[in-house]
Design a protein around this ligand. Structure first.
Ligand SMILES: C[S@@+](CC[C@H](N)C(=O)[O-])C[C@H]1O[C@@H](n2cnc3c(N)ncnc32)[C@H](O)[C@@H]1O
Length: 280
């Protein structure tokens, strides 16, 4: 570690020499006879800069928060709008033809204990749960329109009245640390504004021996497909409900502090199914 004092670089291991140099530097400063008033106004100047810097940082922070909440609001409004037609494209025959129903069933069949589904949408995953293994079920989403659809779907299945459908932000989950055994996320990380923040929350709310399972859009590792995804990611995001389809999902998981336990690619590498542990 190095710190800089009065223009002298002091290393943690070279304290004696650095202290001597700092004394010399102070001596040189007083030998030049800097008048007391000038030194006092220098200190006020420095203090002023620190205060201005602090205020600027706080303002920057506040405007970043305001931007984030504007973006979240835009996602909420957009998905409330998509809610009535979402299943026509993302569920039903088109999804079956792409093998998405099978993928959901295989990935989520092992969900057990206290289960949280992140950004549940209209609840397309709900039929994939083996409810005999699930002790409690909680789902969150930013969009009340999508959540209402999910809740209605749960009532056609055997979820029971204890299943919770909560309007919440995946990046600030309203749950205690270590509340869940299993967290599910499908096709949401690609829409959530700050996916690493959401994954950190997943890590926080999972019990140490818990599991997260994700099915996500991913940058393909097949031929030039990944490069094509990079080139087209902006228009694709605009045209496909805000979806970023070229994410490096495993890297996002690693950034969140979780560990990738298993990973499997599907659909020419455009999708990835990942199992992750909150413990490294
Ligand atoms: C593409 S849909 C996926 C829905 C569902 N998981 C599925 O597999 O069909 C993305 C969902 O993420 C939700 N979402 C986006 N940002 C969110 C956030 N920060 N917190 C919670 N939900 C969010 C949207 O409202 C939408 O329902």
């Amino acid at each position: 570690m190095t710190t800089t004092t009065l223009g002298v670089r002091a290393s943690a291991t070279g304290g004696g020499r650095a202290r001597g140099e700092r004394r010399d530097a102070r001596a040189r400063a007083s030998a030049t006879g800097t008048p007391r008033a000038t030194r006092a106004s220098g200190r006020r100047d420095a203090l002023g800069k620190v205060l201005i810097g602090g205020v600027a940082l706080a303002m920057g922070d506040a405007s970043a928060r305001a931007r984030a909440s504007e973006e979240e609001n835009a996602i909420r409004v957009a998905y409330d709008g998509y809610a009535s037609t979402y299943d026509d494209l993302d569920g039903g025959a088109p999804a079956r033809a792409l093998g998405l129903d099978d993928l959901r069933a295989r990935a989520l069949g092992s969900a057990s204990g206290d289960v949280l589904e992140l950004a549940v949408g209209t609840g397309l995953n709900l039929p994939a749960y083996d409810l005999k293994r699930v002790t409690s079920f909680t789902a969150i989403d930013l969009s009340p329109g999508m959540l209402a659809k999910a809740k209605a779907r749960s009532e056609t299945l055997a979820f029971g009245n204890d299943a919770r459908f909560i309007e919440a932000d995946a990046t600030a989950l309203p749950f205690e640390d270590g509340s869940f055994d299993f967290v599910v996320d499908t096709f949401s990380l690609c829409v959530i504004e700050d996916p690493v923040a959401a994954l950190r929350e997943v890590r926080r709310v999972l019990r140490p021996n818990g599991r997260a399972v994700l099915i996500e859009h991913s940058k393909s590792d097949v031929g030039p497909l990944g490069a094509y995804q990079d080139l087209t990611s902006k228009p694709v995001k605009t045209m496909s409900k805000g979806c970023v389809w070229n994410q490096d999902v495993e890297a996002l998981i690693a950034q969140s502090g979780m560990r990738v336990v298993k990973t499997q690619r599907a659909l020419l590498g455009l999708l990835v199914v990942v199992e992750a542990s909150p413990s490294l």
